[in-house]
Design a protein. Structure first.
Length: 498
């Protein structure tokens, strides 16, 4: 059975055949046919200039009669005989059916070669293939192949032809594969180190890390980096989850406002709720003051509208250069070295998500609109609080929940005017708590509305129903009017200090 055309691999990248002169392209084609057949000879006839229309002429090895064979069995062949092949190379960008027919005019139908190959840097159409086959069949050629640019590229990308690809184009896929294998091995080693330092794949964790620029030489002295505030060279983050290609970190956490009914939201960058161990005492105090300033607005939202905008980011495993699981004497947690870019730092991607209780909202979802809710500047003056003279009476289940620091102890409900004397921002002591465990609460929001309307804004509606049933000993119907009092805990030393 005659050998078939070489099986080709998929193309990896364009090969620029136009960079070769015509004779060099002929040399390339000659190199590619060396293992196409078991040749007796290959002649570069195109180089001589008298090629009778052919660039390459080649003969296959002939079968030779063995000693003792009957003369009737076969005609004895000369060792240099064998099937004749004609190979034509054309370094052309386009070759249409008419030009194919013109090229094949050089094939003599009275003495045709056994095989014919036309190799060109063009992309042949179906019509060109059809003309090629029809003409050569008519002229009596037994085997013929039309190799266009895609076929030549695929042959060059075969491992066995890597030497040819490098010789003519300076590209070595074998070297690239070795380099890629080294990259993959390095990535796997880094990933496994990160699993040990941060937490295993498939589980949630929270591990403080320090991301450091591999090119930085000033750590830990940020004052030596003039633009550190704008372009930090290291930063503290909380790693929390793995991905097949990266790990994720909590980057920032801002106070936010959400109205799920109107699909409106806003946030403020005035304060970050993620405290950093790398902060100086001054930075830590500054951020604490900023949080208190924002809370003078945010705390007095209905709890269903109190939200956080959490900004997370991804660090690709392939971008991690070194994993120092122990850290140093200043910051004894894992230090992970990556190369910082000027605009994005060490991160491949950022994600923003609104947290409202246990609910998560993507602010980029259709229908959501950011409005201007928070002020551009916040008051730096501390509120002067003076407790009411009377005490707040809670029923036993609510008082127990409050004493146990359960969230259910931070909301009061009434069907009548029991809490009519309370208004928002009032400070009052909770009755029934032993000294010196004096606990005060401040009224952050008060409203009267149908119970179903109140539930509609809560992600944990079933918990609210359960709490009311515990308080009142019965199920509350959605159409019942109810007074809701939301509280926050305030300790005596806080308002006395003010």
């Amino acid at each position: 059975m005659a050998p078939q055309k070489p099986i080709v691999a998929r193309t990896f990248a364009p090969v620029h055949f136009e960079d070769l002169d015509p004779h060099r392209f002929e040399d390339l084609v000659r190199e590619l046919i060396y293992d196409f057949r078991d040749w007796r000879s290959i002649e570069a006839t195109g180089r001589s200039g008298g090629d009778d229309g052919f660039d390459i002429r080649a003969r296959e090895k002939a079968s030779i009669a063995v000693e003792g064979a009957e003369e009737d069995d076969a005609t004895l062949s000369h060792p240099m005989d064998g099937n004749l092949w004609m190979i034509q190379g054309k370094r052309e960008k386009e070759i249409g059916p008419a030009q194919v027919k013109k090229i094949l005019a050089d094939v003599d139908p009275t003495d045709p070669p056994y095989g014919y190959i036309l190799a060109a840097s063009a992309v042949f159409s179906k019509a060109s293939y059809d003309v090629f086959r029809e003409v050569l069949r008519t002229k009596g050629v037994m085997e013929f192949y039309l190799w266009g640019k895609p076929e030549l590229e695929d042959m060059l990308h075969l491992p066995k032809n890597d030497r040819i690809l490098f010789t003519f184009f300076g590209i070595s896929l074998t070297s690239r594969r070795r380099s890629r294998a080294t990259e993959v091995r390095s990535s796997v080693v880094v990933k496994n180190k990160l699993f040990k330092a941060l937490g295993s794949a498939g589980e949630e964790f929270r591990t403080t890390i320090l991301l450091r620029d591999i090119n930085d030489t000033e750590y830990p002295y940020s004052q030596n980096v003039p633009d550190f505030d704008k372009n930090p060279r290291w930063g503290e983050y909380d790693a929390f989850r793995h991905h097949p290609r990266a790990f994720f970190v909590h980057k920032r956490k801002f106070f936010a406002y959400v109205d799920r009914e109107k699909k409106e939201w806003d946030f403020t960058k005035h304060a970050d709720n993620l405290f950093k161990q790398v902060w100086s005492d001054e930075d830590r105090a500054k951020n604490s003051r900023a949080i208190q300033e924002v809370q003078q607005v945010w705390d007095f939202l209905p709890r269903s509208q109190q939200a956080y905008l959490r900004v997370d980011a991804a660090v690709k495993y392939e971008d991690v250069v070194v994993v120092d699981a122990e850290g140093d004497s200043w910051f004894r947690f894992p230090h992970i070295y990556v190369e910082y870019s000027r605009d994005g730092g060490p991160f491949a991607r950022h994600f923003g998500e609104l947290e409202v209780g246990h609910a998560r909202i993507d602010p980029e979802d259709e229908g959501w609109t950011r409005i201007e809710y928070f002020p551009k500047t916040f008051s730096t003056k501390k509120s002067k609080w003076k407790p009411l003279k009377q005490q707040l009476e809670m029923n036993p289940p609510t008082l127990k929940a409050f004493s146990d620091y359960s969230p259910e102890g931070e909301t009061l409900y009434a069907f009548d005017d029991t809490y009519g004397y309370l208004k928002e921002r009032d400070l009052i002591r909770v009755a029934g708590l032993p000294e010196p465990d004096e606990r005060f609460v401040q009224i952050t929001w008060k409203g009267r509305l149908p119970f179903g309307a109140y539930l509609a804004h809560h992600s944990d509606a079933w918990k609210v129903r359960r709490h009311l049933k515990t308080q009142f000993g019965r199920d509350v119907q959605d159409d019942e009017e109810i007074t809701v009092i939301e509280l926050k805990r305030v300790y005596k030393h806080q308002y006395e200090a003010d």
